[in-house]
Design a protein around this ligand. Sequence first.
Ligand code: PXP
Length: 242
Amino acid sequence: MRLYVNIDHIATVRQARGTDEPDPVRAAVLCELGGADGITVHLREDRRHIQDRDVELLMKTARGVVNLELAAASDVLALAEGWRPHQATLVPERREEVTTEGGISLAGEAARGWVGEAVKRLKDAGIRTSLFIDPDADAVRASVDLGADAVELHTGEYANTRGEERHEQLRRLRRAAALGRSVGLGVHAGHGLTYENVSPVAAIEEIEELNIGHSIICRAVFTGIERATRDMAEILRRARAV
Ligand code: PXP
């Protein structure tokens, strides 16, 4: 199982102040030291968190894989062709959303047309291409037809449900993962996974990569805040000690 850490949330904190810290590219180095196999960034069309500069630097400094998430019909597609990250994941994007809300729609002719075109362009550029989809058989089959190398199964509904409903969502993920593997796709998963809910998903044998962001950044705040406060208190103490 590969762990790719999504560092968008570091950029969100930076953008809230418009300064240069915390730098997601620096955070990526620490994620790699901590054992991340890859770093995931979503360069949104609205540039709400990750900036072009972040991806450019990441491409030069990452030791492991860079997985670039992007919307199929955005200006980022042309940038991705130039940057040539190891992997690109096509995701849906809506301006008013707080975060990605569901898998990419592959239902209509039009949707399949522009997603298929994006897959072709990315693959022609030598980029392994994954589609972020709801964990349903139709979406898995459509992904093969469109020429994707892999699918990322959306785990948001699993994460947002409880009890029997969650068990059903887990069975849904298992079925989609098994189908994905059987038709030759790489199977990834992610969204809403936490320290509390990740284990049953990580146990699904066909899933080979998990993309996890928010929960890791939340944990980092709590494991780091005590030390950070101590460091500042020490500077204040020393300022009067001379
Ligand atoms: N995978 C995809 C396609 C996503 O859009 C996101 C969120 O940006 C994630 C994984 C990570 O989700 P979370 O931050 O909830 O762990």
